[in-house]
Design a binder for this molecule. Structure first.
Ligand code: ASP
Ligand code: MG
Length: 454
């Protein structure tokens, strides 16, 4: 068994769906296949807008809904599937639900889940019928009959045990070489539609890979795999053929979310490899993510970056040698649910610096200054210093510890271009060396480091 997941852009038009179907036809020659698909690109956002407009008694929802329906009808017509009855039924239902919201002027998360579910229901119904039209037998499975969740509408948690059982039964009850399943949507024990959170189709695919004991999970999108850096910033960036799960997670932590960590957790824990492929360049090798990738001559995999970083610095002679300051600092941030992105502390313990998301700076400053109000009044520590406008750049690779001089080469590359480094951290897992630079230097810094290593 193999799982092929197609993202929104892979089903965004008739031409794209044709491409996806060519890929599917080739795939089923190799193995039994479950195809998971997203809604057609942009559709989920539109559905949310339609829901909000209806709830606000804004008649504009009708136009938007018409647009959405025409977009699907156009795709269906171009694929030569005119008058596709199941599609008409779905659109009719969707219109009725939206009218209901309009009349009630109320949109609960539960109803929004129902509205959003039509995106994936429509796209996969089209996909399944087009494959039949091409003479490719397949079974469409309603994910709501197999993926079981709790009642947290908008972001439901999957019950793995029930899902496992239901998927196994479904695959036995309706034997087929090819199954088509909507991503993102599920249902709870009352049979009410739920969703797995935005971008949840990858998660559906990952879950099904585990439940169906798949040999591989292929994620088909519009990029030719993970790259050594963001190609929009670093033109010399190239695809990474092999990468470990851990490196892939480090690389996606900052920067392009080719794989989103919680999404792939199920396959990682079951050791199922993930292949990232490009629907629009299917012959490109893509990236294979697995536990133990083959040795390559470079231990370095890639560069990632993210902006909108603030640095918080705490300084004071009163901090020297007294345990507990860091715990209190972290505690203050935790109580505000602020995520710490990077930490540095000089061994003198005279200063301590943490990086957080810029949008949390005001809350962070208040929480920390409140926590240390007593020490600040005694001038043992200074009020927290907050600076914004930074980016974090990370160099990622397993076994960085076995490469001496990596940090040196990285800082030298930055120094040569006159780029000021504001903070440095190296994970003790040594899969990543991160530096903080001014966001205005981010592009230059990425290009300089890329040139030095790749
Ligand atoms: N259609 C859903 C979304 O846009 C799920 C997905 O695309 O993965 O969030
Ligand atoms: Mg998507």
């Amino acid at each position: 068994m193999q799982i092929l997941k197609f993202g929104g852009s892979s089903v965004a038009s008739a031409t794209n769906i044709e491409q996806a179907c060519t890929i599917i036809k080739n795939a089923i020659k190799v193995d039994k296949t479950i195809v998971v698909a997203s809604a057609i690109g942009g559709c989920t956002n539109q559905l949310i807008e339609i829901g909000n407009l209806s709830a606000n008694r804004n008649k504009g929802y009708v136009d938007l809904l018409d647009q959405l329906i025409s977009r699907h009808e156009e795709v269906v017509a171009l694929l030569g599937l005119s008058e596709l009855n199941p599609l008409q039924t779905l659109m009719q239902e969707l219109s009725e639900v939206c009218q209901g919201v309009f009349l009630l002027q109320e949109l609960s998360l539960r109803t929004l889940d129902l509205i959003m579910s039509y995106g994936e229901l429509l796209s996969t119904t089209i996909l399944s019928h087009y494959l039949l039209h091409l003479g490719v037998p397949n079974v469409w499975i309603d994910s709501r009959q197999v993926v079981r969740t709790d009642h947290q509408y908008g972001n439901a948690i999957v019950d793995l045990e029930v899902t496992n059982r239901q998927i196994a039964k479904k695959l036995i009850d309706s034997p087929s070489r090819l199954y088509i399943i909507p991503g993102f949507i599920a249902s709870n024990d009352l049979g009410i539609t739920t969703t797995l959170g935005r971008g949840g189709s990858d998660y559906t695919a990952s879950l099904l890979a585990v439940c169906a004991k798949a040999r591989v999970l292929e994620i088909w999108s519009d990029v030719s795999g993970m790259m050594t850096a963001d190609p929009r910033v670093v033109p010399q960036a190239r695809p990474i053929p092999h990468i470990s799960y851990k490196e892939a997670l480090e690389l996606s932590h900052f920067g392009a979310r080719v794989v989103y960590p919680p999404t792939i957790q199920p396959v990682v824990s079951h050791n199922i490899p993930i292949k990232i492929k490009n629907t629009f360049a299917p012959n490109d090798p893509g990236t294979l993510i697995e536990r133990n990738p083959p040795e390559s001559n470079s231990k370095l995999r890639g560069l990632s970056s993210s902006g909108h970083i603030a640095l918080l610095s705490m300084e004071g002679s009163g901090m020297v040698g007294i345990p507990g300051y860091s715990a209190r600092l972290f505690g203050a941030l935790a109580s505000e649910k602020i995520n710490i992105i990077l930490i540095t502390q000089a061994s003198s313990v005279h200063t301590m610096c943490v990086a957080i998301d810029e949008e949390s700076t005001a809350r962070a400053k208040k929480a920390i200054d409140d926590t240390f109000a007593y020490e600040i009044s005694l001038q043992k520590v200074e009020p927290l210093r907050v600076e914004t406008g930074f980016s974090i750049i990370s160099l990622v690779g397993d076994d960085l510890q076995q490469q001496s001089g990596t940090g040196g080469r990285m800082f030298e590359a930055l120094g040569r271009r006159g780029i000021n480094i504001r903070a440095i951290a190296q994970g003790s897992s040594e899969k990543n060396i991160s530096t903080v630079v001014n966001t205005t230097d981010e592009g230059d810094a990425l290009r300089a480091i890329h040139e030095a290593f790749f």
